[in-house]
Design a binder for this molecule. Structure first.
Ligand SMILES: CC(C)(COP(=O)(O)OP(=O)(O)OC[C@H]1O[C@@H](n2cnc3c(N)ncnc32)[C@H](O)[C@@H]1OP(=O)(O)O)[C@@H](O)C(=O)NCCC(=O)NCCS
Length: 179
């Protein structure tokens, strides 16, 4: 069964293979990463790991039993118990509920492990599949997203409150920590 794993150095070859194999597929919905991303992959990857180490981001990969990467699910700009969610899933497994199930799982993880209370995600208006994923995972539209945030395309911010994803015991602990 595929497993959601926190990104580490050992995932690098599988992440590169995933990005290369799906480059054209992703570019149809989100801005292409550009040739530099692939040319300087090791440097870029190490920079991501450094950001993760600093607690600014938390990157995850959905790993198949054979070690291949089926999807990437990232929490970025973590600040004040809030983060932005981003994701991409391999074309080979598209339309099977992979993104929806994994976003739901990441919401649980975001609350329990990273102590986040709110997740936000921006999607362009034409990306109906992504909007469907967000809606099914409990996100609601909260307003327009700046086109500069989305490669120049108009879009919408979605948001999910995670407080109910935290267990009552953890919520009590959280409350005590803030008084
Ligand atoms: C968006 C993406 C993550 C969806 O991954 P996925 O695993 O195929 O998603 P799921 O199978 O969980 O759900 C997709 C939903 O979108 C629907 N969908 C797919 N294409 C659609 C379209 N063109 N119009 C309307 N709905 C569409 C599917 O029917 C499904 O909904 P349903 O379960 O109600 O039938 C994937 O297509 C992807 O990686 N795209 C490129 C990167 C990207 O857009 N990332 C998001 C940036 S905000």
């Amino acid at each position: 069964m595929p497993e959601l794993q926190r990104l580490h150095a050992g995932h690098a070859p599988a992440v590169l293979a995933f990005e290369l194999a799906n480059r054209a597929y992703f570019a149809a919905s989100v801005p292409d990463r550009g040739d530099d991303f692939f040319d300087q992959f090791t440097d870029r990857y190490n920079a991501l790991l450094a950001e993760q180490e600093a607690g600014i981001c938390a990157f995850h990969v959905l790993v198949a039993e054979d070690g291949s990467v089926l999807g990437r699910f990232n929490l970025v700009d973590i600040e004040d118990h809030t983060a932005e969610l981003g994701y991409r899933v391999a074309q080979d497994v598209a339309g099977r509920g992979v993104a929806t199930a994994t976003v739901r799982e990441l919401c649980q993880l975001a609350a329990a492990q990273y102590r986040l209370r709110t997740l936000r995600a921006a999607t362009v208006r034409q990306n109906a599949a992504s909007q469907r994923v967000l809606t099914k995972a409990g996100f609601v539209p909260v307003g327009p997203a700046d086109p500069a945030h989305l490669g120049g395309e108009p879009g919408t911010w979605y948001q999910r409150d995670l407080v109910h994803a935290i267990s009552p015991v953890d919520r009590l602990r959280e409350g005590r920590g803030h008084r």
